[in-house]
Write a protein that binds this ligand. Structure first.
Ligand code: NAX
Length: 329
């Protein structure tokens, strides 16, 4: 029996990078047939239809069916994984409130359509920005679906942080573990190196051997570089992160479904862990067990770390207040 995966914004850049990897088995496993549903707005339908034609031309043995639609009720019908990638980008002169209102107009109806048409066990991953608050909006609109089925992507930020630390220490990225992202997928995010290990040793001990002032390096170099990596990619590549965003999306969904042995990062609905207000979609260190994200509890946080987390959480609270005042969430 094939698994149905719905991708919104499928005619866009990340959609294009995701589709072929999912069809090749990189999401569900290389023995699991998949049925793809591609949701676009009318302006994006041709691009999605073109991608569907190319998918057919790849003759992927696992790909059972591809359907393209601009109707959320059709696109989410029976879906087990919904990847919400399509979102309204900030246009020139657009105020933050306009951006949140435009995305509320996308994610609230999609949340309702998912609740009405998706499979009962559906898991929803929000990639489109502002990802945390778009997930909050969709979850609030999805009557009858547990909010824990919604999470937003901060895995790209974690992968960036691991890659940048590995590069700084001249070690393979596979040797870097436990480097979670806290807070919002935005410039306020806090990549937390304090529990990280590199080749089994504490990253902080290794950093102290390299840098006279590790706190300064974290403050002035590492953390801003992780948080601004998207802008750095744009300035070098001339276009935003695409393949890395798609790859992180696959990592996120695969881990959520199959479980993790170690920590990772995901923006999940807070139950008040670490004092984060309940209901906010906030990134935490998590592990996945039996198809659920579990926040890693009981970690010690320095006052420096706490201040950074609080600043990012304050931004999420402000976003929630803004979308509430617009009638969403
Ligand atoms: P593109 O502009 O290439 O593609 C977006 C697609 O979404 C377009 O084809 C558009 O027609 C479609 N779309 C818009 N509204 C829609 C709706 N209501 N229903 C269905 N489709 C709709 O952007 P792309 O580079 O693919 O990025 C997609 C989103 O990912 C953006 O919001 C971007 O900011 C966000 N990102 C999130 C990241 C994360 O880590 N959470 C990192 C990468 C990326 O920046």
């Amino acid at each position: 029996m094939a698994t149905t995966v719905t991708i919104t914004g499928a005619g866009g850049q990340i959609g294009y990078a995701l589709l072929f990897r999912i069809a090749a088995g990189d999401l569900l496993g290389n023995d699991k047939p998949v049925r793809l549903r591609l949701l676009e707005i009318p302006e994006g339908m041709k691009a999605a239809e073109g991608a569907a034609m190319e998918l057919q031309d790849c003759a992927f043995p696992l790909l059972e069916h591809v359907e393209v639609s601009d109707d959320p009720a059709v696109a989410f019908d029976g879906c087990e994984h919904a990847l919400l990638v399509g979102a309204r980008p900030r246009g020139p002169g657009m105020e933050r409130a306009d951006l949140l209102a435009a995305n509320g107009g996308i994610f609230a109806p999609q949340g309702r359509a998912i609740a009405g048409h998706a499979a009962s066990g559906v898991r929803i991953t929000v990639v489109g920005n502002p990802a945390n608050t778009n997930a909050l909006i969709a979850a609030a609109a999805a009557d009858g679906l547990p909010a824990e089925r919604f999470s937003a992507l901060t895995r790209l930020d974690e992968n960036r942080a691991r890659g940048l630390l590995a590069d700084a220490l001249h070690v393979p990225v596979g040797s870097v573990h436990r480097l979670p992202i806290w807070g919002n997928h935005s410039a306020t995010q806090y990549p937390d190196i304090s529990h990280a290990t590199v080749g089994g040793r504490r990253a902080l001990d290794i950093l102290r051997e390299r840098f006279d002032d590790v706190r300064h390096w974290l403050d002035q170099t590492f953390i801003p570089r992780v948080a601004q990596r998207g802008a750095e990619i744009i300035s070098v590549r001339g276009s935003s992160s695409v393949a890395s965003a798609a790859s992180a999306t696959l990592d996120h969904v695969r881990d959520w479904t199959t479980g993790t042995r170690d920590w990772t990062s995901a923006a999940v609905v807070s139950r008040g862990e670490y004092g984060v207000p309940e209901g906010l979609v906030c990134s935490f260190p998590v592990r996945a067990v039996d198809g659920r994200w579990e926040v890693i509890e009981g970690l010690e946080l320095s006052s420096w770390a706490r201040a950074r987390i609080d600043a990012s959480v304050a931004e999420l609270v402000a976003e929630r207040e803004a979308v509430r005042s617009l009638g969403f969430a």
